[in-house]
Ligand binder design. Sequence first.
Ligand code: SF4
Ligand code: SF4
Length: 295
Amino acid sequence: MAEVKAVEVKEVITEEVLEPSLDKELRIKRKKVVDPGFDETIKKLTPEKIEKTINAVLNLRKTAARFLAPLETCIHCALCSDACQYYISHDKDPTYSPASKLRLTLWEMIRRKGKVSPEFIKQCARIAFTECNICHRCSIYCPFGLDITYQIGMVRRILFLLGVVPHNILDQDNSQSATLNQLWISQADWIDTIQWLEDETRLEYKNLRFPIEKEGAEVMWAPLGTEPKIATYHVVRTGIIMNVAGIDWTVPSKDGWDSVNMAMFIRDFETMQRVVLGLYENCLRLKVKRLVLTE
Ligand code: SF4
Ligand code: SF4
């Protein structure tokens, strides 16, 4: 697991031309973003590692339909552009259009058969992580049904495997990998927080309970990791609603209670599956009928 130290991530208001080694039409101007998850990690990359990682993910002999077909089918009609909030909010700058984001990242990787520079990888990280939130709107608008979002997601997968990920997201992913929750909350702290909040809330709602480990309950509630950590009033409100509505509910004591899946956003598929499995196994163990998530 990569070591992550607390650092300040800030935007520097100077313009830079991204990836000056590329052909002129592939260079774009952006405000500089300083993030150790980008700046420090690309220093450790070698061309061999980049090429090997890209080609392992793309595996074009088996995945041509997902990667090559969109590249050859896109007619650059721009119908997907108006679906994209980044394109709209940057005065319809074409370099923010969904098709451009692929042209500047994945499609160039495919054309070069993975032979791209660390600087190019940094440009991909800027685009895939800070200029697209994988909302899926563009994929719905494309008349050919090209799944742009899936492809940008696979750019994130390549970047994750190379370790070029925004610092804070990587920290949360590491936390999920180690604890199954996003904010390094220990099992003891989780239980302690629930019991403390129950005590506090009972000052006003006398018979209120936050039932931990109630086997056979109708509902298991899985909060976001931020709720017991920094937004405890959400836990209190959920408890009040459940009690006033007369819901037969419970929360698990074991790891696998956080419904956030930060791993999914960076396409850390391995951790992503473990997070889902943790929730599923808690439901199974407690024999509940429904899983209720905060969002
Ligand atoms: S709508 Fe489809 S075909 Fe048109 S530019 Fe977007 S991805 Fe390409
Ligand atoms: S998935 Fe990305 S490129 Fe597509 S509309 Fe959403 S933000 Fe824009």
